[in-house]
Ligand binder design. Sequence first.
Ligand code: FAD
Length: 403
Amino acid sequence: MDLRSQYPFWLLKDGMISSFPSLEENMETEVVIMGAGITGALMAYHLGKAGHKVMVVDRRHPGMGSTSASTGLLQYEIDVPLRKLIGLVGEEAAVRSYALCVQAIDSLHTIIKKTGAKVDFEYKPSFQYASSRWHVTDLRKEYELRRRHRLSDIEWLEADDIKKKFGFKAPAGVLSAEGAQVNAYKLSHCLLEYCTRNFGLTVFDTTEIEKWSESKSGVELKTTERKVIRAKKLIVCAGYESGNYLNKKVEIRNSTYAIISKPLPGDQFWYKDSLIWETAVPYLYMRSTLDHRLLVGGRDDSFYNPDKRDRRLDRKALELENDFKKKFPAIPFQTDFAWAGTFCGTKDGLPYIGTPSPFSNTYFALGFGGNGITFSLMASEIIRDLLESKRNSDASLFSFDRS
Ligand SMILES: Cc1cc2nc3c(=O)[nH]c(=O)nc-3n(C[C@H](O)[C@H](O)[C@H](O)COP(=O)(O)OP(=O)(O)OC[C@H]3O[C@@H](n4cnc5c(N)ncnc54)[C@H](O)[C@@H]3O)c2cc1C
């Protein structure tokens, strides 16, 4: 699968941070993780910390799948608004899913502090504005619901407040204290390095798993170079390519686009340099970076066709730049880099985590959706518990057999 256009910003900025050998002999381990993106790296961290013997294999270099294209917004707001999610999965499950995303942001921060990873993590408020006056009533209901469930410190902003705090026109908006941003590509590398140093993790890159089979006692994986890995458990962290191994389609495939400006002068672009996004679907979003650039993303297309996606990139970059300039005509935004990526969501906006039929020793960690990174964190905690036969009451929220 072609996950992204050639040059996402983080890949150019940070380069190939670390590389590992390819697998050249048959191996045995306790747990093998397929995929060295942010999901595989967080999984390796949680299992390594819990004392498991873990190996990670990736057909690319670490982080070079979707993770290198990620724009790194960490939000507790799921792609499906709370009021709609309640209709789909019930109030308790919907509120718990939102609350888990709040927790996941703090858990990521804790991991980053513990491992000493320098990955541009910053807490930021999250501001969602109504894209038109027709959206105000629904956004108000969303605000009331989130406030009632105390998901975050939250504030309703009218048009005047928005003009004062953010400098652009919108009929209303919701400002939440919870939110953050991170360099997900660098974080994957830092975690893998930390785990190799501290937990004895072994990593093999440019090693592709062609197939695997399960027995009562474990799994046997075969690589395209005809090497065999035997393990008790397999965890598939293969991102949007994981669908190849499922007998049921769970993902909705889209194409998405992002641009980043040249570094800009000044201290602060708008109120606390919040993450900004809107109620329209697909939504426009923006954030700042530590080196004082502005990142703008959105203009999604509802197709998976990498050639068509990449052909549209120049036009999409221009459209995103114009979207930004319409909101902030005084900021001299000049696009420095633009990239496109495949992006998978799910019908209810929730991830798929667990062991789907017919597997028994294979777990899947599929953090599909705009909260991919926070979902990956949740998946790594849930799968660690399942693997250790510990009860995890959140597992059922994201199971493959939810209706
Ligand atoms: C443009 C863009 C912007 C985004 N912005 C955000 C955002 O702001 N916030 C957010 O939370 N999420 C965002 N996401 C989503 C987020 O990036 C993803 O959820 C996340 O990167 C997925 O990580 P992963 O490790 O599961 O997948 P990947 O990074 O794709 O890693 C999976 C790895 O598995 C490997 N693999 C696959 N098959 C095999 C095999 N057979 N054998 C060996 N290895 C294999 C691949 O090579 C790959 O490296 C964005 C995504 C895109 C594309």
